[in-house]
Design a protein around this ligand. Structure first.
Ligand code: PRX
Length: 667
């Protein structure tokens, strides 16, 4: 590609009194492939249509959903920030995700190509299969006394029964709260208590990294603090030994297996709670984000169809865990509402070898792949020769979610995985937003490496300054949403006040997402990371994302995390932690100087890290986000704080050991 040089320059005007300095400049861009543009589900007209009448636009998208009773009003926003979408409408989420496809004659269509981690352990589940299983599970929950409105906690591996359990809850109007299977018993008991769940669905274990990994012991431990839980339904996945509490614990196969496959879905109000998903707050206990039924299904199904340009013969793969919102919206509700065929994979990407994902893409001829930048950077670290062994020619669109994607990771994804022919859609959204919010449309928008581009049709995102005024193109600020959207959170479970304070109080009348962003000269949006991660160096606010992207653009670097540490001279100083690519070995004697100079060249001296530490791993949450708080502890020589939400809690030990053994460099 001829135009592939990153021109990263510092602009004098940018480091003045702007809200967030706008330092990196990226000039590459890629137009939509002509064929894709010609046949795209959505054309540029959608933006104009939504601008003309946003509510009419969403009213039209709601036709994707089958309503048992039509709605009278698209939106009731008379009591902000408490929205009601599709007022008066009634529907059943499970009916929309399953039954109606069977009724339409598509019962034989595969809903999931499920791939267990042990090789050869696969199952194809059709929509007809799913309908039977969901009906049985719904009957079982009813038998266990679960009623409409009761909460059910789900703590499961990535197996088909997890989807069945979620849909069975939705079918009887019992909101589920899925707790990620990698979380500890304390995280589980906190969540069960917060939403007062009385039934827990779990499994003996699941497969991760080549071994059976137990889940049931964490449930047993958690329930010591949750006396109100009366039943635990246990799926047998691994066959490992489990402790058993008679009367409380029940095998899924025993209870679900004997139920009728007939179950009449009841229609619930559009605003009936669908699920609560917990997400960490900056302080205090996790927030239970409440999503409701009608708006959520409209928002997720429309965005899945439009952003991934979903066609009948597509094979869609969200390579994320069901335990976080990406899994809820784009493994379960969006794709199923659209009657799509998805891949669902249980295990880790390096089991039994580092090419596992690419074998799956080849075997199932995956056309649409959706994953997180952290995975992409890991694959970059492992080397391009691994995906090169598989046939990836079925792929047509690649998606990214969860963090800003560094331009070099975007390019690698586009070239190495997408063969240079697949558009990359960098999708910005949150647990709170429920649906994709800012993203290119693959048949309409030119992609720029590192930019999520524009708010989707019907969504209104504005970057504002400290006073809540929109910034000019070329400037940075805070990302806000100015209008309600269908899949928006309705509140924080049991805490309306916290909902208002957290999201709606920083800027009057605006939803504040907590992210920094900049507009480029074309008005396209670049995410700059969480504002709590912003550094202030000699009075200039620098974004962690831009410096990390500069580091990742160095050929020896696979991943980087940047934090601000207290500094006597500059207030805060930039400290960087980097993982080298495998091919770079230990990086050589001058690696630290080389990288510091590289950042100075790419961005400017102000961003040159004071300290660079080469580390084997970075502390991440299970959804792949770097926990900068812990790195700040290291950079400021403090004892490392709470590590309970880390995907791998030994990582911090690895980092400290590594630093002690001398690979830390400071000058
Ligand atoms: O900081 C943004 C980042 O992830 C946050 C939301 O995290 P969570 O609720 O866990 O949901 C993740 C999956 C939707 C956002 O506030 N984020 C998410 N997508 C992007 C992103 N940052 C930059 N670019 C993205 N595409």
């Amino acid at each position: 590609m001829g135009e592939e040089t990153t021109t990263a320059t510092i602009q004098e005007s940018d480091v003045s009194d702007e809200t967030l300095s706008n330092l990196l400049h990226e000039e590459r861009h890629f137009d939509p492939p002509a064929e894709l543009a010609k046949n795209a589900n959505v054309t540029a007209d959608a933006y104009a249509e939504a601008d003309r009448d946003r509510l009419a636009f969403w009213g039209k998208q709601a036709e994707r959903i089958s309503w048992a009773q039509p709605f009278d009003e698209v939106l009731d926003w008379s009591n902000p920030p408490f929205a009601k979408w599709f007022v008066g409408g009634r529907l059943n989420a499970a009916y929309n995700c399953v039954d109606r496809h069977v009724e339409a004659g598509n019962g034989d269509r595969v809903a999931y190509h499920w791939v267990g981690e042990p090789e050869g352990d696969t199952r194809d589940i059709t929509y007809a299969d799913l309908k039977d299983q969901v009906s049985q599970a719904a009957n079982a929950l009813t038998e266990l006394g679960v009623q409409t409105g009761d909460r059910v906690a789900i703590y499961m591996p990535m197996i088909p029964e997890t989807v069945v359990a979620m849909l069975a809850c939705a079918r009887i109007g019992a909101p589920h709260t899925v707790v990620f299977g990698g979380f500890s018993s304390t995280a589980l008991s906190d969540r069960i208590q917060d939403c007062d769940a009385r039934v827990v669905i779990t499994a003996d274990g699941g497969y991760r990294r080549g071994a059976a990994s137990a889940l049931k012991p964490a449930v047993d431990e958690a329930l010591q603090k949750c006396p109100d839980v009366r039943n635990v339904l246990v799926v047998k996945r691994t066959g490992q030994d489990v402790e058993w509490t008679e009367g409380r614990d029940l095998w899924w196969d025993d209870v679900v297996g004997r139920q009728s496959v007939e179950h009449a879905p009841e229609a619930f109000d559009a605003e009936h709670p669908l699920y609560v998903m917990y997400t960490s707050g900056t302080t205090g206990k996790p927030k239970g984000i409440l999503h409701t039924t009608g708006g959520y299904l409209v928002g997720t199904s429309y965005t899945h169809w439009s952003v991934f340009d979903l066609k009948d013969d597509d094979v869609f793969w969200t390579a994320a865990d069901i335990g976080w919102v990406t899994g809820h919206s784009y493994i379960v509700y969006g794709p199923l509402a659209n009657g799509a065929t998805s891949v669902m994979y249980e295990g880790t990407p390096d089991t039994p070898h580092k090419g596992r994902w690419w074998d799956i893409v080849e075997q199932y001829k995956v056309t649409l792949l959706y994953c997180a930048p952290t995975a992409i950077r890991t694959f970059m670290k492992w080397g391009s020769e691994i995906p090169a062994k598989a046939d990836l020619s079925s792929l047509r669109i690649l998606g990214s979610v969860g963090e800003p994607i560094n331009p070099e990771a975007y390019m690698w994804y586009r070239e190495t995985i997408g063969g240079g022919r697949c558009p990359v859609v960098d999708t910005w959204w949150q647990t709170e937003t429920g649906q994709l919010m800012i993203s290119p449309l693959p048949g309409v928008t030119s992609g720029k490496p590192g930019s999520a581009m524009k708010a989707l049709p019907g969504i209104s995102a504005v970057v504002v300054d400290d006073d809540g005024k929109p910034v000019e193109p070329g400037s940075g600020g805070y990302l806000t949403l100015t209008e309600p959207w269908p899949a928006m959170l309705r509140t924080i479970w049991g805490d309306d006040e916290r909902y208002r304070d957290t999201y709606w109080s920083r800027f009057k009348g605006l939803y504040f997402a907590g992210d920094g962003a900049k507009l480029d000269e074309d008005g396209d949006i670049w995410l700059l990371g969480r504002v709590d991660d912003v550094m202030n160096v000699s009075g200039h606010r620098l974004s962690t994302t831009e410096i990390e992207s500069a580091l990742v653009s160095h050929p020896k670097v696979a991943e980087a995390a940047v934090v601000g540490a207290k500094d006597a001279d500059t207030g805060q100083a930039v400290c960087a932690f980097v993982i080298l690519r495998e091919a770079a070995g230990d990086g050589g004697d001058d690696i630290v100087k080389e990288l510091r100079d590289h950042v100075a060249n790419e961005i400017g001296k102000i961003a040159r890290p004071r300290q660079i530490m080469v580390v084997p791993e970075l502390p991440k949450t299970r959804s792949g986000k770097i926990m900068r708080r812990l790195l700040r502890d290291v950079a400021e020589n403090r004892e490392v704080g709470d590590v309970t939400t880390l995907a791998d809690s030994t990582v911090m030990d690895l980092i400290s050991d590594n630093l002690k053994s001398g690979s830390a460099d400071e000058d």
